[in-house]
Design a protein around this ligand. Structure first.
Ligand code: GRF
Length: 187
């Protein structure tokens, strides 16, 4: 049996990236296994997947960030987590927290980084009349969406593209890209 990397996925919302990682991780050859899901939103839809797949999960409010990070770190240690995947996690983690992970914390972002860091990417991409947008998986550091990119995927913008249509098309690429990036990191 291949020894899988014990992974925690952090979410705040729908958790569709979480779901695709969970599904892929059930493949014998996929390098990671999801052992812990952390949410800073108790109503995150993605928590349903934790329940459905019987994965240990915890909700901690991040209003008090220090407390959130302290509690999360305790769970990370308890569950012997070796990799953290941020997937729609809407909070910037502190340097003090990140120091615990070195290169073992990654994120997915819906733009071709380093272009369009931050929020509202679809609107900014369309306002800027870009020809392409896409998504990127990157290492996380204490600056927003600024760590080294692991892998990107381009999406050609349609003539009649709307924010909604672009979001949908990019999201479906994210679902493949996140797992591809994980495979690449642990190749
Ligand atoms: C994705 O577009 C991701 O790139 C961004 O937040 C969204 C999360 O979607 N960081 P989901 O919760 O995985 O469905």
């Amino acid at each position: 049996m291949v020894k899988k990397i014990r992974t925690s996925v952090f979410i705040s919302g729908n958790g569709t990236n979480l779901l695709s990682i969970i599904k892929n991780s059930r493949d014998y050859n996929f390098p990671i296994t999801v052992k812990l899901i952390i949410s800073n939103n108790k109503n995150a839809y993605g928590l349903k997947y934790a329940k459905r797949y019987g994965i240990n999960y915890k909700y901690f409010s991040s209003k008090d960030q220090e407390k959130f990070e302290r509690n999360t770190l305790i769970e990370i240690k308890k569950n012997k987590i070796e990799l953290v995947c941020l997937a729609g996690f809407m909070k910037i983690l502190s340097k003090n927290f990140l120091i615990n992970f070195k290169k073992k914390i990654i994120n997915i972002h819906p733009s071709l980084l380093p272009k369009f860091k931050g929020l509202n990417t679809y609107k900014r991409v369309l306002d800027n009349e870009e020809i392409y947008s896409g998504c990127a998986v990157h290492h996380v550091n204490s600056k927003l969406d600024a760590g080294n990119v692991v892998l990107k995927k381009k999406v050609l913008i349609d003539k009649n593209e709307t924010q909604e249509s672009l979001k949908k098309r990019i999201l479906s690429q994210e679902h493949k890209l996140y797992s591809e990036a994980i495979r690449l990191i642990f190749k």
